[in-house]
Design a protein around this ligand. Structure first.
Ligand code: CP
Length: 504
């Protein structure tokens, strides 16, 4: 298999093959050896005239500064923002427009962190320069996973097959456990053991995915049970910022049994890793552990520089640059979110099109949502007719209006309140188009943020439907869709997300 990183987007660890991960580990190891051999500056002209834009909508110490260090040591430059204060994001500028401005400012690459899942795939779709995911919501942090793998590769003498890794802390709300465990799933005979409260445990979908990829996943009772059986213990910080309603006190109670302290590691040789930062109040790693031979997390942080140097070098060491293209591709304006339904003859005369010769009927709304949908659309305020109705025997209410078509914003607002509405467009008294509108169910997905204007897109993953942006599976709920209609829809979708290789 050919390994190509030149001008490539780095969005998800699942886009990497085993060969690519090993290739980057070897390249990272070479950077490490240069540093240990006193040759830090030997590549100081490699990325001369290259500039990295950092766009951090969320706080960061390591990811941002280590990318900057990597650029500096390779002779490149960097600029950007850390926190949105002082940027036009404060004036409601969208991700689309902000990302596009980085291209217009002649940057060569973007590293971005954003609180919404899928925001980095959207940024990559919009930008015509490569985009590196520095963390999107609780979704992914692929360069953290790669640096974690590089750490394991170097500390375990170049061997990744057969690794036994323990996970602790918060395995549910963070992105590093997801990305690292998926990266490890490329290797043979991997065992993951974990111990944590149910609320902070490995999500079921991840455990299933890992099992399907041949990883042995075992839950233990105590940290010492895990320590007994692993070579490395990967501790993580409870992600309070992603747990609305949970207090620091709640978390401290949940973490009490699972913090790493000298008693829990005594007698074991396992090295303790952590993506950092440690929350000093929760103290998921007791400060006394810092001074023991088990502590390997500061070395791990420095491996972040070697990995990012290797990655940027692979991406850009060839001479070329991309000219800014101010036009956005047409396909970004629309989604693949309309599951077409058959228009049956009897519907042509059905009562719901009565009185609407030209317009729209939104049908199969969820019980009890009619008022909210009516309010959010505000059709009468916009100068359109609006008739709401509930047919006693059907229970599902519908809305009729002379508005000829709903905008993507309208459709999203309806689907947020009442998932999977059926939309009928009527012309000259006949239903011309009928579809179920699909919107990703992940409430933190960028497609659900109205003002970001990201049209929902899906792709086919075998028989499953997945969101293009956060990549979560989408399970159809409506019973109205026939098996044939679903199959037809699946056939209409692209199969997966091909990595973008930008032309020079
Ligand atoms: N590990 C990590 O991503 O650290 P920062 O949040 O400081 O970037």
């Amino acid at each position: 298999m050919t390994v190509i990183f030149h001008n490539r987007d780095i969005i998800s660890i699942t886009d990497f093959s085993r060969e690519e991960i090993v290739h980057l580990c070897e390249a990272g190891k070479r950077m490490y050896e240069l540093e240990k051999g006193g040759k830090r500056n030997s590549l100081r002209d490699a990325l001369k005239y290259r500039t990295l834009a950092y766009m951090f909508y969320e706080p960061s110490t390591r990811t941002r500064t280590s990318f900057n260090t990597a650029m500096r040591e390779l002779g490149g430059r960097y600029d950007g923002f850390s926190g949105t204060e002082g940027t036009s994001v404060m004036k409601n500028e969208t991700v689309r427009d902000t990302v596009s401005m980085m291209g217009a400012n002649h940057f060569d690459v973007i590293v971005m962190r954003h609180p919404l899942d899928g925001s980095l795939q959207w940024a990559a779709d919009v930008a015509n320069i490569p985009v590196i995911n520095g963390g999107d919501g609780k979704n992914e942090h692929p360069t953290q996973a790669l640096l974690d793998v590089l750490t394991l590769y170097i500390l375990n003498n170049g061997k990744l097959d057969g690794l036994r890794v323990g996970f602790g802390g918060d395995l549910s709300h963070g992105r590093t456990v997801r990305s690292l465990s998926l990266a490890l799933s490329h290797f043979d005979d991997i065992t993951i053991r974990w111990a944590a409260e149910d609320f902070l445990g490995i999500p079921g979908d991840l455990a299933q995915l890992l099992a399907a990829r041949g990883v042995t996943v075992i839950r233990d009772n105590t940290v010492r049970d895990v320590m007994t059986n692993v070579d490395f213990y990967y501790m993580t910080r409870p992600q309070l910022e992603r747990m609305p309603g949970v207090t620091q006190k709640d978390i401290m109670a949940m973490m009490q049994r699972y913090r790493i302290d000298p008693d829990k590691i005594r007698g074991f040789e396992a090295r303790v890793l952590h993506p950092l930062p440690v929350n000093s109040e929760v103290a998921e790693i007791d400060y006394r552990v810092y001074f023991t031979p088990a502590q390997a997390f500061f070395a791990q942080a420095e491996f972040g520089i070697f990995l990012r140097k290797a990655l940027l070098h692979e991406m850009f060491h060839q001479d070329s640059y991309l000219r800014y293209d101010s036009r956005l591709p047409d396909e970004l304006a629309s989604g693949s979110n309309r599951l077409a339904r058959a228009i049956r003859g009897d519907k042509q005369q059905s009562m719901f099109i009565d009185k609407i010769h030209n317009g729209t009927v939104i049908d199969h709304l969820a019980e009890g949502t009619l008022r909210a949908v009516d309010a959010v659309l505000g059709l009468e305020h916009r100068g359109y007719s609006c008739t709401t109705a509930v047919i006693a025997e059907k229970r599902n209410p519908f809305i009729k209006t002379n508005l000829p078509e709903l905008s993507e914003r309208d459709l999203k607002q309806v689907a947020i309140i009442s998932p999977e509405p059926t939309v009928n467009y009527i012309k000259d008294g006949k239903v011309q188009e009928k579809f179920v509108y699909l919107l990703c169910r992940n409430t933190n997905c960028i497609t659900r943020t109205i003002l970001e204007d990201v049209p929902p897109k899906f792709y086919a993953d075998g028989d499953a439907i997945r969101c293009r942006y956060c990549r979560r599976p989408y399970a159809l709920q409506t019973r109205k869709v026939s098996a044939e209609e679903k199959q037809e829809y699946l056939r209409s979708l692209p199969a997966g997300i091909a990595p973008v290789l930008y032309p020079n």
